[in-house]
Design a protein around this ligand. Structure first.
Ligand code: 5AD
Ligand code: SF4
Length: 439
């Protein structure tokens, strides 16, 4: 590619932080005068990748091949391909050689994307996986137009070194974004149309500045006029301070939802994972959260088939699920990641055993999700409308407990509507507007 690109497409995989980074990269390209296009037409395609499990990594390579083939068939050319995200960080040089892409840029360096694209357009493929001390955030354009529910990265990286996880290697050490920059961006997001902000971080509840913690930040954001809802994710049990728990009691805009990964229910497995909490300390922590916010919806992450996990240890995970009653949760088969301590453990669990455990765990989690949804029927709450539904006049939004709620009525996306939850399906609920009911 030697001509200057005119159109771009950003495709993000994996976690919400990648969604946020993807939006910021799109804003950077737009600030260069490029316009957005479909992947099959764009001059530059940014693949914002995830490295957390093997399948996610392999997908990058197959995606690159497919993109090239599709554009060649349709337009007789191949696009410039920029690989961003955690695969870029972890396998930068290898992607260059194996997939011959034009740009490789890591999660801490993507403010340089316009320069890298310009260099590649001039014929020099470029790689930048630096983790500079000065953060990228200062070099990013101001937020202009965003959806009613927006993400805001406040913390990055992880110092916990769970033995299965690549994040400490790909995203680096825990760093907190400065308070002032976060508040400015939150105000800009509200000006750009956000009614809800989800604060993001690999260990978001480890956010700190001097003596202030995440709860202080939340209390300040709560004062921004027009910001109706605050959420945060993902948290680590060990960083769940009393201050943050108390914020769930005191701060009305802080939604009653907590994503608190536990990963497994057996103390032996938790220790081998280097989780630094026990089954019991996790359960007691949830008791403290429920004491201040009884209606809180709980969510978690689970890994089945961690090396050496026995049948009895897996049963401990199921009994923990029974004890908690999650409103929703994510569960994964263990995937050995190169360079992590767990990948070197000899006793890997056979795939067929992992399949069966995952099925049983997901059946239990689905059961609890349905039970949680059913238990909220009859409650009144606000719904933040986020997108159109399939039926005429139908809009879909989120309840405070992060459930999808369908609603028919004369409303716009971005409206906060007071509803009664009238019926629960497996994955969503139907809301009836309270004004409509009264009329
Ligand atoms: N294999 C399977 N799941 C993993 N996760 C992290 N690393 C791995 C791995 N190697 C899961 C954890 C984490 C979530 C983001 O991804 O459950 O909380
Ligand atoms: Fe990975 Fe553990 Fe850090 Fe979460 S806390 S990002 S699972 S190392």
């Amino acid at each position: 590619m030697t001509s200057k690109p005119k159109t771009y497409h950003v495709k993000s995989f994996g976690c919400q932080m990648n969604v946020y980074d993807g939006e910021r990269m799109a804003e950077l390209m737009a600030a260069q005068g490029l316009t957005q296009a479909d992947a099959v037409d764009a001059d530059v395609v940014v693949l914002n990748t995830c490295h957390i499990r093997e399948r996610a990594t392999e997908k990058v390579y197959s995606d690159i091949g497919r993109l090239r083939k599709e554009q060649l068939r349709k337009n007789g050319k191949t696009p410039m391909i920029a690989v961003a995200g955690c695969v870029a960080q972890a396998e930068g040089q290898e992607i260059f050689t194996r997939a011959k892409v034009d740009v490789v840029v890591g999660p801490q360096a993507y403010h340089n994307l316009p320069d890298l694209v310009a260099k590649a357009a001039a014929g020099t493929p470029s790689l930048d996986t630096d983790m500079p001390l000065l953060s990228k955030f200062g070099a990013l354009p101001t937020r202009r137009k965003v959806a009613p529910s927006a993400f805001l990265t406040v913390q990055e990286g992880c110092d916990k070194f769970c033995t299965y996880c690549v994040v400490p290697y790909t995203r680096g050490a825990e760093i907190s974004r400065p308070f002032a920059g976060i508040v400015d961006e939150a105000k800009a997001l509200v000006d750009a149309g956000a009614r809800e902000i989800t604060l993001l971080g690999q260990n978001v509840n480890a956010w700190s500045e001097d003596t202030r913690g995440l709860h202080d930040l939340i209390r300040d954001l709560d004062r921004i006029p027009g910001l109706a809802r605050i959420r945060y994710t993902t948290s680590h049990p060990n960083d769940m301070t009393q201050g943050l728990i108390d914020a769930h009691r005191d701060v009305e805009s802080l939604m009653p939802f907590l994503h608190l990964p536990v990963q497994a229910g057996s103390d032996r497995v938790l220790k081998a994972m280097n989780r630094s909490h026990t089954r019991d300390s996790y359960l007691r922590l949830l008791d403290r959260v429920r004491a201040v916010r009884p209606d809180i919806a709980l969510s978690g992450d689970f890994i089945v088939g961690f090396p050496g996990e026995t049948d009895a240890e897996f049963e401990d995970t199921l009994s923990l699920v029974d004890a908690v009653g999650y409103a929703q949760a994510y569960s994964f088969k263990y995937s050995p990641r190169p360079g992590t301590p767990a990948a070197a453990i000899v006793e890997q669990v056979p795939e067929s055993v992992m399949d069966e455990r995952l099925q049983r765990l997901q059946a239990a989690l689905n059961r609890d999700q349905h039970a949680f949804n059913a238990a909220t029927v009859g409650r009144t709450c606000t719904v933040l409308l986020e997108r159109p539904g399939k039926l005429p006049g139908q809009l879909i939004g989120k309840s405070p407990w992060l459930q999808s709620v369908h609603l028919i009525g004369d409303h716009a996306i971005g409206d906060l509507v007071e509803v009664t939850l009238a019926a629960a399906g497996p994955n969503s609920l139907t809301g009836i507007e309270r004004i409509a009911q009264a009329a």
